[in-house]
Design a protein around this ligand. Structure first.
Ligand code: 5GP
Length: 302
Protein backbone atom coordinates (compact mmCIF):
# COMPACT_ATOMS: atom_id res chain seq x y z
CA UNK A 1 0.00 0.00 0.00
CA UNK A 2 1.31 3.44 -0.92
CA UNK A 3 2.24 5.52 2.05
CA UNK A 4 1.75 9.29 2.10
CA UNK A 5 5.22 10.60 1.52
CA UNK A 6 6.38 13.47 3.73
CA UNK A 7 6.89 16.74 1.87
CA UNK A 8 10.62 16.96 1.27
CA UNK A 9 12.43 19.65 3.24
CA UNK A 10 13.56 21.44 0.04
CA UNK A 11 9.98 21.78 -1.24
CA UNK A 12 8.85 23.26 2.02
CA UNK A 13 11.74 25.71 1.99
CA UNK A 14 11.01 26.66 -1.61
CA UNK A 15 7.32 27.20 -0.84
CA UNK A 16 8.18 29.37 2.16
CA UNK A 17 10.58 31.40 0.03
CA UNK A 18 7.92 31.85 -2.61
CA UNK A 19 5.39 33.03 -0.01
CA UNK A 20 7.87 35.59 1.29
CA UNK A 21 8.59 36.79 -2.24
CA UNK A 22 4.89 37.23 -2.94
CA UNK A 23 4.36 39.16 0.27
CA UNK A 24 7.26 41.40 -0.67
CA UNK A 25 5.90 41.91 -4.17
CA UNK A 26 2.49 42.82 -2.75
CA UNK A 27 4.08 45.29 -0.33
CA UNK A 28 6.02 46.88 -3.22
CA UNK A 29 2.82 47.09 -5.24
CA UNK A 30 1.10 48.89 -2.36
CA UNK A 31 3.94 51.41 -2.24
CA UNK A 32 3.58 51.96 -6.01
CA UNK A 33 -0.13 52.67 -5.57
CA UNK A 34 0.38 54.99 -2.63
CA UNK A 35 3.13 56.91 -4.43
CA UNK A 36 1.12 56.94 -7.68
CA UNK A 37 3.88 55.19 -9.60
CA UNK A 38 1.16 52.98 -10.99
CA UNK A 39 -2.55 53.62 -11.46
CA UNK A 40 -5.22 51.61 -9.64
CA UNK A 41 -6.84 50.93 -13.01
CA UNK A 42 -3.62 49.28 -14.26
CA UNK A 43 -3.47 47.08 -11.16
CA UNK A 44 -7.12 46.07 -11.53
CA UNK A 45 -6.60 45.27 -15.21
CA UNK A 46 -3.65 43.00 -14.38
CA UNK A 47 -5.60 41.34 -11.57
CA UNK A 48 -8.45 40.64 -13.97
CA UNK A 49 -6.19 39.32 -16.72
CA UNK A 50 -4.42 36.98 -14.31
CA UNK A 51 -6.08 36.24 -10.94
CA UNK A 52 -2.94 34.31 -9.89
CA UNK A 53 -0.71 37.35 -10.34
CA UNK A 54 0.54 39.49 -7.47
CA UNK A 55 -2.17 41.99 -8.36
CA UNK A 56 -4.83 39.30 -8.48
CA UNK A 57 -3.89 37.95 -5.06
CA UNK A 58 -4.17 41.36 -3.40
CA UNK A 59 -7.05 41.77 -0.96
CA UNK A 60 -9.58 44.42 -1.97
CA UNK A 61 -9.17 45.94 1.51
CA UNK A 62 -5.40 46.32 1.06
CA UNK A 63 -5.88 47.66 -2.46
CA UNK A 64 -8.21 50.44 -1.34
CA UNK A 65 -6.12 51.27 1.70
CA UNK A 66 -3.04 51.69 -0.51
CA UNK A 67 -4.73 54.37 -2.61
CA UNK A 68 -3.83 57.97 -1.84
CA UNK A 69 -6.08 59.55 0.81
CA UNK A 70 -8.16 56.44 1.62
CA UNK A 71 -8.26 55.49 5.30
CA UNK A 72 -9.93 52.51 6.98
CA UNK A 73 -13.26 54.29 7.55
CA UNK A 74 -13.55 55.48 3.98
CA UNK A 75 -12.49 52.06 2.69
CA UNK A 76 -15.30 50.30 4.54
CA UNK A 77 -17.89 52.79 3.28
CA UNK A 78 -16.67 52.35 -0.30
CA UNK A 79 -16.87 48.54 -0.06
CA UNK A 80 -20.37 48.87 1.31
CA UNK A 81 -21.42 51.22 -1.51
CA UNK A 82 -19.90 48.98 -4.17
CA UNK A 83 -21.36 45.82 -2.68
CA UNK A 84 -18.00 44.09 -2.36
CA UNK A 85 -17.19 41.78 0.55
CA UNK A 86 -13.98 42.72 2.41
CA UNK A 87 -12.65 39.17 2.12
CA UNK A 88 -12.48 39.39 -1.69
CA UNK A 89 -9.23 39.45 -3.57
CA UNK A 90 -8.83 41.71 -6.61
CA UNK A 91 -8.61 38.77 -8.97
CA UNK A 92 -11.78 37.22 -7.59
CA UNK A 93 -14.26 40.04 -8.15
CA UNK A 94 -17.46 39.33 -10.01
CA UNK A 95 -18.21 41.08 -13.30
CA UNK A 96 -20.63 43.53 -11.70
CA UNK A 97 -18.33 44.26 -8.78
CA UNK A 98 -15.47 44.93 -11.17
CA UNK A 99 -17.60 47.29 -13.23
CA UNK A 100 -18.71 49.19 -10.11
CA UNK A 101 -15.12 49.43 -8.85
CA UNK A 102 -13.91 50.63 -12.26
CA UNK A 103 -16.55 53.37 -12.36
CA UNK A 104 -15.59 54.49 -8.89
CA UNK A 105 -11.86 54.48 -9.73
CA UNK A 106 -12.35 56.42 -12.98
CA UNK A 107 -14.24 59.08 -11.12
CA UNK A 108 -11.82 59.31 -8.23
CA UNK A 109 -8.55 58.81 -10.16
CA UNK A 110 -9.16 60.09 -13.69
CA UNK A 111 -6.89 58.47 -16.25
CA UNK A 112 -4.82 60.83 -18.36
CA UNK A 113 -6.16 61.03 -21.90
CA UNK A 114 -3.24 61.35 -24.32
CA UNK A 115 -3.42 64.67 -26.10
CA UNK A 116 -3.28 64.74 -29.86
CA UNK A 117 -1.97 68.32 -30.05
CA UNK A 118 0.27 69.75 -32.74
CA UNK A 119 2.98 71.25 -30.60
CA UNK A 120 6.60 70.77 -31.46
CA UNK A 121 7.54 72.12 -28.06
CA UNK A 122 8.04 69.14 -25.74
CA UNK A 123 8.67 69.33 -22.04
CA UNK A 124 10.15 66.38 -20.21
CA UNK A 125 9.72 66.47 -16.45
CA UNK A 126 9.33 63.97 -13.64
CA UNK A 127 10.33 63.26 -10.07
CA UNK A 128 13.84 63.68 -8.81
CA UNK A 129 16.25 60.83 -9.76
CA UNK A 130 13.87 59.32 -12.32
CA UNK A 131 16.53 59.77 -15.01
CA UNK A 132 15.27 62.75 -17.05
CA UNK A 133 18.84 63.89 -17.68
CA UNK A 134 19.92 60.45 -18.90
CA UNK A 135 16.95 60.14 -21.25
CA UNK A 136 17.56 63.68 -22.57
CA UNK A 137 21.28 62.94 -23.06
CA UNK A 138 20.37 59.77 -24.97
CA UNK A 139 18.10 61.78 -27.26
CA UNK A 140 20.81 64.41 -27.76
CA UNK A 141 23.17 61.68 -28.93
CA UNK A 142 20.78 59.63 -31.08
CA UNK A 143 18.30 62.20 -32.40
CA UNK A 144 20.19 65.25 -33.63
CA UNK A 145 17.03 66.35 -35.49
CA UNK A 146 15.56 67.27 -32.12
CA UNK A 147 16.76 70.52 -30.62
CA UNK A 148 17.57 69.94 -26.96
CA UNK A 149 17.32 73.20 -25.07
CA UNK A 150 20.45 74.21 -23.13
CA UNK A 151 19.51 75.80 -19.82
CA UNK A 152 21.27 78.57 -17.97
CA UNK A 153 22.20 77.74 -14.39
CA UNK A 154 23.94 79.34 -11.46
CA UNK A 155 25.33 76.01 -10.22
CA UNK A 156 28.99 75.14 -10.75
CA UNK A 157 29.87 72.76 -13.59
CA UNK A 158 30.43 69.13 -12.63
CA UNK A 159 33.48 67.30 -14.00
CA UNK A 160 33.00 66.67 -17.71
CA UNK A 161 30.27 69.26 -18.19
CA UNK A 162 30.89 71.69 -21.00
CA UNK A 163 29.67 75.30 -20.99
CA UNK A 164 27.18 75.81 -23.82
CA UNK A 165 26.63 72.05 -24.28
CA UNK A 166 25.22 70.81 -20.98
CA UNK A 167 24.39 74.20 -19.50
CA UNK A 168 25.27 77.85 -19.83
CA UNK A 169 27.04 78.36 -16.52
CA UNK A 170 26.36 81.89 -15.34
CA UNK A 171 26.73 83.84 -12.10
CA UNK A 172 23.87 85.37 -10.11
CA UNK A 173 24.27 88.79 -11.71
CA UNK A 174 24.01 87.33 -15.21
CA UNK A 175 20.99 85.23 -14.24
CA UNK A 176 19.30 88.38 -12.87
CA UNK A 177 20.06 90.13 -16.14
CA UNK A 178 18.51 87.29 -18.17
CA UNK A 179 15.33 87.51 -16.08
CA UNK A 180 15.14 91.31 -16.29
CA UNK A 181 15.69 91.28 -20.05
CA UNK A 182 12.85 88.74 -20.47
CA UNK A 183 15.25 86.30 -22.07
CA UNK A 184 14.01 83.25 -20.14
CA UNK A 185 10.91 81.29 -21.08
CA UNK A 186 10.79 79.95 -17.51
CA UNK A 187 13.09 79.75 -14.50
CA UNK A 188 13.10 78.24 -11.04
CA UNK A 189 15.19 77.53 -7.97
CA UNK A 190 15.72 73.77 -7.97
CA UNK A 191 16.36 71.68 -4.83
CA UNK A 192 16.44 74.91 -2.80
CA UNK A 193 19.82 75.63 -4.19
CA UNK A 194 20.68 76.92 -7.65
CA UNK A 195 18.67 78.74 -10.28
CA UNK A 196 17.92 77.20 -13.66
CA UNK A 197 16.21 78.78 -16.64
CA UNK A 198 15.37 78.15 -20.29
CA UNK A 199 16.73 80.74 -22.76
CA UNK A 200 13.90 81.78 -25.04
CA UNK A 201 15.74 82.85 -28.22
CA UNK A 202 17.27 79.48 -29.27
CA UNK A 203 13.88 77.81 -28.83
CA UNK A 204 12.08 80.39 -30.96
CA UNK A 205 14.75 80.01 -33.63
CA UNK A 206 14.56 76.20 -33.65
CA UNK A 207 10.74 76.21 -33.78
CA UNK A 208 10.84 78.79 -36.59
CA UNK A 209 13.22 76.48 -38.48
CA UNK A 210 10.61 73.70 -38.21
CA UNK A 211 12.46 71.70 -35.58
CA UNK A 212 11.06 69.89 -32.59
CA UNK A 213 12.35 71.30 -29.32
CA UNK A 214 12.81 69.33 -26.11
CA UNK A 215 13.09 70.91 -22.67
CA UNK A 216 14.32 68.79 -19.77
CA UNK A 217 13.29 70.85 -16.77
CA UNK A 218 11.78 70.55 -13.31
CA UNK A 219 8.10 70.57 -12.40
CA UNK A 220 7.88 74.27 -11.57
CA UNK A 221 9.40 75.03 -14.97
CA UNK A 222 6.97 72.68 -16.74
CA UNK A 223 4.04 74.51 -15.14
CA UNK A 224 5.40 77.86 -16.29
CA UNK A 225 5.79 76.58 -19.85
CA UNK A 226 2.22 75.30 -19.73
CA UNK A 227 1.09 78.82 -18.86
CA UNK A 228 3.30 80.59 -21.38
CA UNK A 229 2.67 78.08 -24.20
CA UNK A 230 -0.57 76.20 -23.50
CA UNK A 231 -0.13 74.09 -26.62
CA UNK A 232 3.20 72.60 -25.43
CA UNK A 233 3.24 68.82 -24.99
CA UNK A 234 4.06 67.89 -21.42
CA UNK A 235 5.63 64.49 -20.80
CA UNK A 236 6.01 63.02 -17.32
CA UNK A 237 8.71 60.42 -16.79
CA UNK A 238 7.77 57.73 -14.26
CA UNK A 239 10.05 55.23 -12.52
CA UNK A 240 9.14 51.55 -13.03
CA UNK A 241 8.41 51.38 -9.28
CA UNK A 242 8.75 53.42 -6.11
CA UNK A 243 11.43 51.04 -4.82
CA UNK A 244 13.41 51.56 -8.02
CA UNK A 245 13.21 55.33 -7.60
CA UNK A 246 14.52 55.04 -4.03
CA UNK A 247 17.28 52.76 -5.33
CA UNK A 248 18.27 55.26 -8.01
CA UNK A 249 18.37 58.04 -5.47
CA UNK A 250 20.51 56.06 -3.06
CA UNK A 251 22.61 54.53 -5.82
CA UNK A 252 23.68 57.92 -7.04
CA UNK A 253 25.43 58.37 -3.70
CA UNK A 254 25.84 62.09 -4.19
CA UNK A 255 23.59 63.11 -1.30
CA UNK A 256 23.75 62.60 2.47
CA UNK A 257 20.93 60.87 4.40
CA UNK A 258 19.11 64.09 5.27
CA UNK A 259 19.24 65.42 1.73
CA UNK A 260 18.14 62.00 0.47
CA UNK A 261 15.11 61.95 2.79
CA UNK A 262 14.23 65.47 1.67
CA UNK A 263 14.44 64.46 -1.99
CA UNK A 264 12.21 61.43 -1.40
CA UNK A 265 9.60 63.66 0.19
CA UNK A 266 9.92 65.95 -2.82
CA UNK A 267 9.61 62.97 -5.20
CA UNK A 268 6.34 61.93 -3.54
CA UNK A 269 4.89 65.42 -4.03
CA UNK A 270 6.22 65.52 -7.59
CA UNK A 271 4.62 62.17 -8.48
CA UNK A 272 1.27 63.56 -7.39
CA UNK A 273 1.55 66.14 -10.19
CA UNK A 274 1.47 63.61 -13.04
CA UNK A 275 -2.17 64.35 -13.84
CA UNK A 276 -1.16 67.80 -15.07
CA UNK A 277 0.76 66.15 -17.90
CA UNK A 278 -0.31 65.05 -21.37
CA UNK A 279 1.66 61.80 -21.51
CA UNK A 280 3.27 59.39 -19.08
CA UNK A 281 6.41 57.51 -20.05
CA UNK A 282 7.90 54.82 -17.80
CA UNK A 283 11.68 54.88 -17.62
CA UNK A 284 12.42 51.18 -17.26
CA UNK A 285 15.03 51.22 -19.98
CA UNK A 286 16.67 54.45 -21.16
CA UNK A 287 16.70 53.65 -24.89
CA UNK A 288 13.04 52.56 -24.82
CA UNK A 289 11.93 55.61 -22.83
CA UNK A 290 13.87 57.89 -25.20
CA UNK A 291 12.23 56.19 -28.19
CA UNK A 292 8.81 56.79 -26.66
CA UNK A 293 9.55 60.48 -26.13
CA UNK A 294 10.81 60.80 -29.71
CA UNK A 295 7.70 59.00 -30.93
CA UNK A 296 5.53 61.51 -29.07
CA UNK A 297 7.47 64.31 -30.72
CA UNK A 298 6.79 63.02 -34.19
CA UNK A 299 3.15 62.28 -33.50
CA UNK A 300 2.60 65.68 -31.89
CA UNK A 301 4.34 67.45 -34.80
CA UNK A 302 2.00 66.04 -37.42
P1 5GP B 1 21.22 69.10 -12.36
O1 5GP B 1 21.79 70.18 -11.47
O2 5GP B 1 21.32 67.74 -11.71
O3 5GP B 1 21.80 69.13 -13.75
O4 5GP B 1 19.66 69.40 -12.55
C1 5GP B 1 18.85 69.54 -11.44
C2 5GP B 1 17.42 69.76 -11.89
O5 5GP B 1 17.26 70.99 -12.59
C3 5GP B 1 16.84 68.71 -12.82
O6 5GP B 1 15.64 68.24 -12.22
C4 5GP B 1 16.54 69.44 -14.10
O7 5GP B 1 15.37 68.94 -14.70
C5 5GP B 1 16.32 70.83 -13.61
N1 5GP B 1 16.56 71.81 -14.67
C6 5GP B 1 17.55 71.84 -15.58
N2 5GP B 1 17.44 72.89 -16.39
C7 5GP B 1 16.32 73.57 -16.01
C8 5GP B 1 15.66 74.74 -16.49
O8 5GP B 1 16.07 75.39 -17.43
N3 5GP B 1 14.54 75.12 -15.83
C9 5GP B 1 14.03 74.43 -14.77
N4 5GP B 1 12.92 74.88 -14.21
N5 5GP B 1 14.63 73.32 -14.31
C10 5GP B 1 15.77 72.88 -14.90
Amino acid sequence: MAEARPVPEVDRAAAARKAVERRRARAALKRDLTMRVTTPQTVLARATADPDSVEGSMRITDFLLALPAIGAGKRDRILDDLGISPVKRLGGLGVRQRAALTRWLDERFPVIEPRGGRSRLLVLAGPTAVGKGTVAAYIREHNPEIHLSVSATTRAPRPGEVDGVHYFFVDDAEFDRLIDAGELLEYAVVHNRSRYGTPRAPIDAALAAGKTVLLEIDLQGARQVRKAEPSATLIFLLPPSWDELVQRLVGRGTEGPEERARRLRTAKVELAAQNEFDHLVVNEDVAAAAAEVVELSSSSAR
